[in-house]
Design a protein around this ligand. Sequence first.
Ligand SMILES: C[S@@+](CC[C@H](N)C(=O)[O-])C[C@H]1O[C@@H](n2cnc3c(N)ncnc32)[C@H](O)[C@@H]1O
Length: 307
Amino acid sequence: MHIPVLLKKSIKSLKIKKNGIYIDTTFGFGGHSKEILKKINNYGKLYSIDRDPFSIKIAKKIKDKRFKIIHGLFSNIKKYCKKYNILKKVNGIIMDLGMSSMQLNNKNRGFSYKKNGPLDMRMNQKNGISASEWLIKTKEKKLSYILKKYGEERYHKKIAFNIIKNMKKKPIKKTCQLSKIILNSTPYYKISSAKKTFQAIRIKINNELKELKKFLKKVLNVLAPKGRLSIISFHSLEDRIVKKFMFNYSRKFPNLPSSIPLTEKELKKINQKKKKIKIFKKIIPDKKEILKNYRSRSAILRTLKLK
Ligand SMILES: C[S@@+](CC[C@H](N)C(=O)[O-])C[C@H]1O[C@@H](n2cnc3c(N)ncnc32)[C@H](O)[C@@H]1O
């Protein structure tokens, strides 16, 4: 089971029009999608996307003519909108980033540092290479860099060194093999020490931050006037990207390097071409939600509205 995070608040933030067109970019177990379907009428439409074939299987059980499931990446949102003839007609988009509990709790997917299983970590096992294969072809310096950048791991050098050293003896094929090496590389010997490294490798394997950036580049051209975008992120790396994007578009003048000499007139011209948005105050879960669903503790919801 997957308990959707900030479900009511995120759906409320979309200010759903009964006959509107909506996109759920991260279907997962369908928590947000089902809530949207409750709010739209017979003229409304919901398109949901997920890269994980398992989510698609679940979505296909929803028999509702207002609903369409798309198997693919949310970075392709513009392509899908063109295909379904909804470009610039979308009234609201919801994005609930990260892994679903189904992915994390299934030991065969290899996302969990606590459960032993094949070291895979792909959200779509039919695409790309597994974490185990990636480790084999990655050099120590690059691995250390990824752990630092995507995991903000303090002991990135030591962990990378020990992973490579161990792999010279035998390949790391199982999650618990990797967790053990990480535990032996940090001073605490606590299982939670493996969390950051697992996060970093998962982000790398699934290109998660690149996917988000590619999506953000396209999303404002997909929304209808006054359309809304709500994004729930779970760690500072994602939230930083979302926040920077929203702040940049809500500013009077774009975020240009100070070294570019431009007159006010030139700046105004650039600004006229820029999409105008309004941003809303960020929302975080209350204590009650965190107690009910511990996974929600780090969630941040940010919403923008096209002017
Ligand atoms: C946190 S879960 C969403 C849970 C969902 N909101 C619910 O209530 O059940 C995130 C989902 O996004 C999917 N996902 C992650 N990155 C994606 C991408 N780039 N394109 C499409 N789906 C993606 C994952 O496969 C996962 O199922």
